[in-house]
Design a protein around this ligand. Sequence first.
Ligand code: PPS
Length: 197
Amino acid sequence: MNNIIPHTFQVERKDRNALKGHSSFVCWFTGLSGSGKSTLASLVEYKLHEEGVHTFSLDGDNVRGGLNNNLSFSREDRKENLRRIAEVAKLFVDSGEVVIASFISPLESDRKYVKEIIGQEDFLEIFVDTPIEICEARDVKGLYKKARAGEIKNFTGIDAPYEAPVQPDMEIRTEEADPETAAKNIVEFLKTKLENH
Ligand code: PPS
């Protein structure tokens, strides 16, 4: 970038981490619409918060409604959506927070890009593995019905792709574990990262 010279501040990430008493990183939930990402993210954040961990949640509601309200669900706009989110998440990591991010993030290449922006060592990927038949049967927001009727275009899983992660750090099969148990397991996993980071 031309003529952009970052300033070095006296208080650094390590100082914020020391003050907060834990490391900071991004826990990134990926999965289909209706897979249970936000439900799990909310439970995980609540449990971490209860234990005194500084957290912040990023998800479609607080990002696509504001910062990214000019973006559609085309392939290019999804990439830009995720790029901006990754940059925001990186800032929060620098601020010392554990970021809980829940986005469909359907393409392997885009998730790789997100991981590169945030930094591999600060990124944990959790695949919320719920089959499309179940997401569609739940259809909490009525979006699958609209997508089937052709009222929504580029709907993930219907007429836009979802590429399952090949090697996620953790995979949650929501058919097999209730949300409470799944959230507990995720928190146990995150705790090792909080201590050893
Ligand atoms: S992405 O693919 O990562 O950029 O998507 P994301 O920012 O997570 O936004 C997903 C939420 O947007 C709603 N929605 C759609 N999802 C998928 N495809 C299309 N075309 C679409 N249009 C609107 C939907 O409510 C998603 O929320 P979740 O929580 O995933 O159900």
